[in-house]
Design a protein around this ligand. Structure first.
Ligand code: SF4
Ligand code: SF4
Length: 413
């Protein structure tokens, strides 16, 4: 790494840390690695040592930055308001060109830059994956590779299970006067098409008239997380432009990671004269689905355990929103103890064994709850928890909150 970011806000953010350690017990990477350098306090001190020229940005430094899940639990509890999300993404951006970047990181970058941003390619891949899963070729591949690489076998376990055909914006007839604009997402739209259709039914049951802007694609949340900030800015501008035609109605998302990234476009594009104001306006419009649902929904009949995504719990102030909504509807619902499930965007693909380890307490809580359904509001967590429940042959079904709330599809009635 040539240097750490030079902007004064970065330096100020690092210097705010008073080493109080309040953040340490909240950190999932510390829970897994049990190493001070893999705690938030340790990472901030590494940045400080780097700024002061006491250490080099070598492979060891990179490793500890790489092991952060970006869950931002530390930021949420920090009394000194250390802006760890900003420090992490800007540091990762600086780290990208170094020779220390390992192959898996390069693969992640290529996937984000060449696949995730192309909806047609993503949909094609999702269809291919659905066929592979239907023929159980993934299980065969897992069986073949397991004796040679447990990590690769774990990656196969964690592959998203495709649910329904990919969601296409053209499926929804544009209303004359839209009251909400729907974010169809990239991986979410390609692999969880049925969840997106369920979300549209929920919105319609709320007497909303949803429009799905056809030119939208990836919002750049995963790129931000990986420190690919130039790519993230391009995708943010594309997303803002795609949604401006729908007027100033709320923008509904079904992915906690995407809603957080889009709510932070104002900050991402703050130095861009042409886009800063448009980004700030856009961010004020972004809502999670649970923020747009009132009482107009049938009461779910199963006992539901509600899992909170880090990006709802930590930063977005949506803590307890899903549970309160279900209680208001009269549903029998309980909250799972809050803990990071280990999905964290592309982190689980890069660190599958550690992600699996972090997942186990969440699975234990789901099983102990006695519920028949786990309600989840983020696609990464949903894939991850579904994989874990499958591996335990659990009878509990992991569903997106949209699926829990939605009336049956016309062909299911
Ligand atoms: S809580 Fe904040 S101030 Fe305290 S050690 Fe963690 S980052 Fe530093
Ligand atoms: S973002 Fe999460 S994993 Fe990273 S240092 Fe903070 S608490 Fe730990």
């Amino acid at each position: 790494m040539s240097a750490i970011p030079h902007n004064p806000e970065f330096r100020d953010g690092v210097m705010r840390c008073v080493r109080c350690s309040i953040c340490v017990p909240h950190c999932p990477s510390y829970a897994v690695y049990r190493n001070e350098a893999d705690s938030p306090r340790g990472r901030v001190q590494l940045l400080r040592a780097l700024m002061e020229g006491r250490i080099e940005a070598d492979a060891n430094f990179e490793l500890h930055m790489d092991r952060c899940l970006g869950c931002r639990a530390c930021e949420d509890v920090c009394p000194s308001k250390v802006p760890w999300g900003k420090l992490l993404t800007e540091t990762r951006e600086e780290l990208l060109p170094t020779p220390h970047a390992r192959t898996r990181k390069r693969v992640t970058e290529l996937f984000l830059q060449r696949v995730v941003v192309r909806p047609d390619t993503l949909r094609l891949l999702a269809r291919l994956l659905a066929i592979i899963q239907f023929l159980r070729l993934d299980r065969l591949a897992r069986w073949v590779v397991r004796p040679f690489s447990k990590t690769t076998a774990r990656r196969i376990d964690l592959l998203p299970r495709v649910a329904g055909k990919p969601f296409e914006p053209s499926e929804i007839e544009p209303p004359e006067t839209p009251t909400v604009a729907f974010h169809s997402g990239c991986i979410m739209g390609a692999t969880l098409g049925d969840v997106q259709r369920a979300a549209i039914r929920v919105l319609e049951q709320q007497r909303h008239a949803p429009v799905v802007p056809p030119t939208q694609h990836c919002c750049g949340a995963l790129h931000q997380h990986a420190g690919l900030l130039d790519d993230a800015r391009i995708l943010a501008r594309d997303t803002i432009a795609a949604f401006e035609d729908s007027g100033v109605v709320p923008i509904c998302t079904t992915a906690a990671g995407c809603s957080l990234a889009m709510k932070e476009y104002g900050r991402l594009l703050a130095d861009d004269r042409e886009w800063a104001e448009r980004a700030a306006t856009f961010s004020t419009r972004v809502r999670d689905l649970s923020e747009l649902v009132g009482a107009n929904v049938d009461t779910p009949t199963e006992k539901i355990a509600v899992q909170e995504a880090c990006h709802h719990w930590n930063v977005q102030q949506l803590r307890g929103r899903g549970l309160a909504l279900l209680h208001n509807l009269g549903a029998d619902a309980v909250a799972l103890p809050f803990q990071c499930c280990g999905a964290a965007g592309m982190w689980s693909a890069e660190h599958p064994e550690e992600a699996w380890q972090l997942l186990q307490p969440t699975l234990d809580s789901i099983e102990k709850s006695g519920c028949t359904v786990a309600a989840i509001s983020n696609p990464g967590c949903l894939f991850h928890i579904r994989a874990g429940l499958r591996s335990r042959k659990s009878k509990v079904r992991a569903l997106h909150l949209a699926e829990v709330l939605a009336p049956p599809a016309p062909d299911e009635e």
